[in-house]
Design a protein around this ligand. Sequence first.
Ligand code: TXE
Length: 488
Amino acid sequence: MERFQLYINGEFVDGAGWFDSLDPASGRVWAQMPEARETEVNRAVDAAHAAFSAPAWAGLTATARGKLLYRLADLVQEAAPRLAALETRDTGKVIRETSAQIAYVAEYYRYYAGLADKIEGAHLPIDKPDMEVWTRREPVGVVAAIVPWNSQLFLSAVKLGPALAAGCTVVLKASEDGPAPLLELGRLVDKAGFPAGVVNIISGFGAQCGAVLTRHRKVAHIAFTGGPETAAHVVRGAAENLATTSLELGGKSPFIVFDDADLDSAANAQISGIFAATGQSCVAGSRLLVQQGVKDRFLAILRDKAAAIRIAAPDDMTTEVGPLCTARQRDGIIAAIRASIDAGAKVITGGQPLAGDGFYFPPTIMDCTDAPDADCLRKELFGPVLSVVAFETEEQALQLANDTQYGLAAGVFTKDLTRAHRMIRQLRAGIVWVNTYRAVSPIAPFGGVGLSGQGREGGLAAALDYTTVKTVWLRTSDDPIPDPFIMR
Ligand code: TXE
């Protein structure tokens, strides 16, 4: 059986023990993962803390840091088949998605490699002739990056890239579910030539590993992706040392189809928005709001497309929907669907777990028009379940769309340009996609409002989150300092 190791201070080491990792396609143990507990967390943070000010890292120019990131991007690209296969094996995410996503991962590292020497301070035109004043953007220190299982390589690239470009050091905690691809990433970080301790990669459980990391006094910033309840623990831990946080917490994103939309195109986008990645995507468009006049036609297209989806083993390139990552996810979805039916929701298609091994659940569409409080309309299920509500007017669509504590993404399908602009302005979300869905780029900020989190990943702004501003005052006059009792 394959065994993985932690990567701490430039060495591959065992943890306090091992835990089993299940293959979601069979439900059987396929590998053993190292468990980091307090001792390993402390060693990783101490290593990152020492590396932060050691000349091997702190003495590098920003351009040199960028070169290391370029090297990592190349290595990720070279290792793409192995990384994609590991992610598929350990999380059940289909190989056609993991192998395509790994190209994006390399692109994110390249973007931040190029950005490393463009993180600039500013010269300030102060109204004092004998002073030169400027700002420096300095790295915040040790970053704790905590990721969930659903896209570990991608979600870690959007944290590691800007943190390393800014000059921080990192302790990256993989999820206890499917950590294999991240533990493998340690080999590439090592090969890229980052000095020991700059990047440390550990796996372990929330209470024994994640919580110890978030409360550690040497951690300056926590970049977290996961659920809102865990995020509240993370923020409480961060508060003990006043560490800063950035939080990306998923959502219940509305996908709004007006009666003038190109229905075929909208249907493809909706299928991608809810059934790709088996619905285990933070931006899943899990609430379809469809205008009454096209509801039946649109649902008929969706039903046909859903029925044609190929559900099979995730390592088959032709598979479109694979298993959920864990039995826990699948069971949560089953319970939410039962409760929703009791609350008045109707199953349009799917709704029952598939027989056989593995954590499979079929593409499911629920009509919740008469069940406004159904779990599948309110809770993030993180699975292939689409909840539908019909609306009559634009005002009603907007009211329904914003009737959630989440606010990550929103999709709007219409050919009416002025209506599109009104929606863009009034939708409460961090990302609005118009006539498209689930598009990302390293150049575009990504993140949400409300229960969907705080801060943005991607783009220049994300790199600035890993810096702090130092203001420098330099007096250029040799004259004695005038009246010391007056503030200059
Ligand atoms: O996430 P958790 P889980 C949502 C989704 C899902 C739910 C729970 O709805 O059903 O969250 O998923 C670590 N201190 N999202 O249980 O618990 C944990 O070990 C510090 C949306 O997987 O948030 C893991 O590494 N860390 C989301 C990471 O937090 C702790 C993607 C995420 O786990 C901790 C995933 C603690 N006290 C789930 N407890 C999205 N934004 O896409 C746990 N962890």
